[in-house]
Design a protein around this ligand. Structure first.
Ligand code: GLN
Length: 519
């Protein structure tokens, strides 16, 4: 049996029907993770012993009939900023290199209660800050479709592990697009639920008013099953609530007749969006028209403001959240220091990477006297304007369609050589975080280099079922989500910088049509 081609729900079903054992499924995922990690670096920690022990326990409960959920026995992996009891949780930082939590995040507890088996912790940008998964203390993650490219970020390990068939589902986190943007870059499906749908207890905070745990899986049905397993009110997170009346899985009817889809003019007919990305998203529109959806052109004039407001708020909140890593309470402590002040300074200087330090410095400046009104308050005002503008759009449409990002997966090294263009890849994803809305990225084809293109649906708050159902309908009509990375054709390639890439034997950038798409 080819385990790597099964969805999580298919694996769960085969296990329930006794056609596969939990140990078989988990061993296969562990073997794949270990074999592919030298190439992809998608895992920071692989926990073979723990996973096999748990597989036996779960199998026993399935056999004696006390566990029958759709994800029972399914091997999964979790982004390394989500706490797992007894398994180190590093946030891809030297600061937490040896941190072993004594509790699990609520989402992890619930996923395990549903019978999923965690095989390891996934690589990411340090403290989830980035869009390429290159800022990890444990080295960059590589895109399984072309290892000279990044997998997007910050949940790049999640997307790479699913795209390469190691596991069928993962939990990531999305503050400004970190579940959706890598899903787009790797040709998988990434879902950010409505803010508050999934408890953030045990998610190591980046920017608390924007952070949300969400699944990265092969398709919308698996995303629904993962979200069903982890969502709902949790006493330990006061912003969480019971949001959905039925299960998300049961809202996947595949019927999109009469669904009103708003297409953002600015996101398709723009010189900032790669022509091929616009063209693929335009084909999505055609599929939905054929299926009976109603397409409306809508306009959102505030992309630049949203982008600036996001980075201002995210950095401000990050500077406050990361103040707890001081070398005293837990985490990395510098070996040499003279006094308490020096202990703080040295521990933070040595424990954090460059990107994290940059954001703490900018965030601290934004929140300090004299700058607070000019930057932070202004960004908060823009956040309200953006929410109101999106509400207006949703008064006449049910879903908003955009590309997930203006271009496909960037070459490795871009976050250093051109950081602003990397920040810019979040331009379409940050809206959902600023407004707390559900949003999903799904694959809709490939570009001239064979790299996946992602399209994104965003919906009204708590309308997560409709958002996922639209993708489910698309995945019933097309096969783009079934495209798996062919890792065999890339032997000999190593992750490399833009400058090196041209000399690589397996890197071939073909010239594309330079023109904007018109709708
Ligand atoms: N790329 C964005 C940032 O660096 C989003 C990251 C995220 O969603 N965690 O802030």
């Amino acid at each position: 049996m080819n385990f790597s081609e099964l969805t999580a729900l298919e694996t769960g079903e085969l296990i329930r029907l006794r056609k596969m054992s939990v140990t078989e499924a988990v061993t296969s995922a562990l073997d794949a993770a270990e074999a592919l990690n030298p190439k992809l670096n998608s895992f920071i920690t692989i926990c073979r012993e723990k996973a096999l022990k748990r597989a036996a326990e779960v199998q026993k409960r399935i056999t004696d009939g006390t566990l029958s959920s759709p994800l029972a026995g399914v091997p999964v992996a979790v982004k390394d900023n989500i706490c797992t009891e007894g398994i180190r949780t590093t946030c891809a930082s030297k600061m937490l290199e040896n941190f072993v939590p004594f509790y699990s995040a609520t989402a992890v507890e619930r996923l395990e209660r549903a019978g999923a088996v965690i095989i390891g912790k996934l690589n990411m940008d340090e403290f989830a800050m980035g869009s390429t998964s290159e800022t990890s203390y444990f080295g960059p993650v590589r895109n399984p479709h072309d290892i000279s490219r990044t997998p997007g970020g910050s949940s790049g390990g999640c997307a790479a592990a699913v795209a390469s068939g190691i596991v069928s589902g993962t939990l990531g986190s999305d503050t400004g697009g970190s579940v959706r943007q890598p899903a787009g870059c790797c040709g998988v499906t990434g879902f950010k639920p409505t803010y508050g749908a999934v408890s953030r207890y045990g998610l190591i905070a980046y920017a608390s008013s924007l952070d949300q745990i969400g699944p990265v899986c092969g398709d919308a049905a698996d995303c629904a099953a993962f979200t069903d397993a982890v969502c709902g009110r949790d006493e330990r997170d006061s912003t969480s609530r019971d949001m959905f009346s039925g299960s998300l899985l049961s809202s996947l009817t595949g019927d999109v007749k009469g669904l009103r889809i708003g297409v953002l003019k600015e996101s398709l007919a723009s010189d900032k969006v790669d022509f091929e990305v616009s063209a693929k998203v335009a084909e999505v529109i055609k599929e939905f028209e054929k299926a009976g959806a109603v397409i409306k052109k809508v306009s959102f004039p505030y992309f630049d403001e949203a982008f600036s407001a996001y980075y201002t708020i995210a950095m401000a909140e990050a500077s406050s959240n990361l103040a707890r890593f001081d070398g005293v309470k837990y985490g990395f402590r510098a070996a040499d220091y003279e006094d308490l002040n020096d202990l703080y300074c040295s521990s933070r200087s040595e424990g954090f990477g460059e990107e994290v330090k940059k954001r703490i410095l900018l965030g601290t400046t934004i929140l300090s006297g004299g700058y607070y009104d000019a930057y932070y308050l202004k960004a908060m005002k823009w956040r309200e304007i953006i929410k109101a503008e999106l509400n207006k759009i949703f008064s006449e449409t049910d879903l908003l369609l955009t590309p997930t990002a203006p271009e496909t997966a960037p070459l490795s090294g871009r976050s250093v050589s051109d950081p602003v263009s990397v920040y810019y890849s979040d331009i379409y994803t940050v809206l959902a975080n600023l407004a707390g809305l559900p949003s999903v990225s799904f694959p809709c084809g490939t570009d001239r280099n064979g790299m996946p293109v992602g399209a994104q649906f965003t919906g009204r708050a708590a309308d997560d079922g409709r958002v996922l159902n639209a993708v489910h309908a698309f995945q019933l009509m097309t096969d783009y989500h079934k495209l798996k990375a062919d890792l065999n054709i890339q032997n000999g390639c190593t992750g490399q910088s833009d400058a090196q890439a041209g000399n690589s034997p397996c890197y071939q950038e073909k010239q594309g049509v330079e023109k904007t798409y018109e709708i």
